[in-house]
Each structure stands twice: as structure tokens, then as C-alpha cells.
Design a binder for this molecule. Sequence first.
Ligand code: ZN
Ligand code: ZN
Length: 333
Amino acid sequence: MPSPNETETASTSAAPTVASAAPEPVRRREDIDPRSSSRDRSWPPEPEPLPFPVIDNHCHLDFADGEQHLTVGEHVRRAARAGVDGQITIGSDLEAVRWTAALLADPACPPSLVGGVAIHPNEAALHARGTDHDGRPLVDLDAALAEVAELLRGPRMVVVGETGLDWFRTSRKDERARAAQIDAFRAHIALAKELDLPLQIHDRDAHRDVLEILEADGAPERTVFHCFSGDAEFARACADRGWYLSFAGTVTFKNSVPLREALAQVGLDRVMVETDAPFLTPVPYRGRPNSSYLIPLTMATIAEVTGTELTEACRRVRATTESVYGALWTAAA
Ligand SMILES: [Zn+2]
Ligand SMILES: [Zn+2]
């Protein structure tokens, strides 16, 4: 017999029982990626649950995606059914930063949900320019960083991120944008150390520069590469420095051979798992909406590539996550 609670969760249209006061998501995925409106926007089926629960190290609950809108509570319930019993939601532009802080401060927010905020490198470039993608005015970078610093002191903020360098979407040749990204990255490194929080790094086509800045300024004690995208050599360089690698659905992609070689290089005591949802949906659902409940697909690849039995892989990835953030989720259970 299902409990009354289970009956209710069986229907996605049921009123949420948790986080009912959560604000509406800041934006839809189509707002930043208009091409994505032509893709299959149906939610992938729920996979076989994991034999041992893990944590989604990085997702964006402020983004709405999919044919049907899932509430924060529904994302959390589906994740729990899949063996993902905690999530770290990341607010990475000023609107999302405020949204995330409000969600985490809401007494109705599920206890398994914690978060982090920062000004994403591509957003740092926009603050330096003074306007967003639609030409609307933005506060200057210092003001944005000051707000991040203040909100990181709020309830259930466990990480500074995502910050770093993105030489893919912001051209290396754009001097002002480049300087803004570097300034923001350094400010976030300092903030993580000041607040004694881990740092989540966004590194896109910028491995060498990210490493140089971390070495020059001194990396925070707990430094995590979210959606790790380097090769085996860079993975080893990170692991040798005591940093952590968080793998997203990209590790399941057919063409991600170097990424799987990178994963095979490092011990699971350096490895975490994440979705970066609603983006980077793992194979075989690439392009469809992503949510923490799809982590089992990525975990299966992590187990296979590292030659580890799945239960053991989950145990070790969870232990790594708890060594970075503390036993937050075990305590919440
Ligand atoms: Zn990122
Ligand atoms: Zn992200």
C-alpha cells in the first residue's frame, strides 16, 4: 500500500507539499537558448534507482524547462526516488542569486536542498559592459559581487560558485570582458577563503589560465571543478593539487573519450557527480530536459569507466561529496 504521501507524488500535477512558497523560476531555458525550443521537451522516464544514495553537486533549479513545469518539490521528490537524496542548487547571475537565496531561506524549502551563488564568468563580462543580453542596464561588477558576498552569509549557503573563466562564450580578444572575468574569479576565490567555503569552478576552454590564477592567489582548501572538461593530464594536475572533479552528463556523451580518460586517471576520492540541470542531459536523453533524477545514468558511466561496482562507486562518490561539504545530508535525513 502506498502511503498517502506516495500516492500524491505519483501525479506530477498534484499540489507540491514542500517548498510551496518557492518563487517561480527566474527564466525558461528558451530565454537563453532560443534554438532549444525545437527540441524534444518531454521529461525522460525515471531510471532504476541507485543502490546507494548520492548528491547532485551542481544544478540550477532557478531554470524552468520541459513541457510541464516541475516545482522545486517535484524535482526533489523525483531525485529522492532515484537515489539522489540531496542537491546543491547554484544561482549564477544576479537574478538567480536572489532567487536561490530566497528559496534557501524559505522555511518550506526541503532540508536536502542547499546551495551556492556567484556571478558566472560570462555574467561578469556583462556587468563590466553595463547591460544584459537584451540591452537592459546592469549594476556594475563590484556592486554585484558585494550582493553575492552578503547573500552567501545566508541560510544553507554551502559553496561559492560558479566562478572561473569561460573563453568559449566570451572571446579572449575582448579585453574588457576578459579582465572582468579574471577580476570576478579572483574576488570569488578571496570570498571562499574568507567565508571558509568550498569553491565551484566553471572552466570552459580556459584550463591553463584557471590553474595559473588558482596557483597565484592560492586555491581555497576545497576547490571543485564543476562539469569537469579537461583531459587526463589536466585531471591529474588537479588531483595532484588536492582539487576535486565533478562529472556531469557530458561524461556519457559518445564523443567524450578524453573526458572518460580523465575520469579513469583519478581516484573516486576526488570525484563527484552532478547534472548542471536543466542542461547536459546524459545519454540516451541528450537534448531533453535534465533534472537530478537522471543522475543514475551518469553514475553508471562513472562506475563503468573506473571499473568499480555501482554500489561501491556511489558510496565513494558520496564520501567525496561529504568530505567537501560535510555530512549535511546524512544529518538532514
Ligand atoms: Zn558552468
Ligand atoms: Zn552550472
